[in-house]
Design a protein around this ligand. Structure first.
Ligand SMILES: [Zn+2]
Length: 93
């Protein structure tokens, strides 16, 4: 239990300070298609092969295989909003 709390705290601390982590784009590959054709967009990396965009600070923390692209995160949020709105609509009827 205590170990889990320390793990969470550690992840939060890394997220907070991750903006200062230096990033070597030359050694990176796309988490999704593994292409090395990446374009540095300041806070994110854009893959020129699959056109997905990944948050740089998350790349330094999470296992690339478990990462979601910015577009994928936006799609999930859009779906959640749609489900919530449909739920509200149903509750009115
Ligand atoms: Zn890619």
């Amino acid at each position: 239990m205590q170990e889990n709390q320390e793990k969470k705290r550690s992840t939060r601390a890394r997220l907070r300070y991750s903006k200062t982590v230096s990033y070597d784009i030359e050694s990176e590959t796309c988490p999704r298609c593994h292409s090395s054709s990446l374009f540095d967009l300041d806070t994110s990396l854009d893959c020129l092969n699959c056109s997905l965009e990944f948050n740089k600070s998350e790349l330094s923390i999470y296992d690339p295989e478990n990462m979601l692209a910015e577009e994928e995160k936006s799609n999930i949020v859009a779906l959640l909003i749609r489900f919530c709105l449909e739920d509200i609509e149903h509750s009115r009827n």
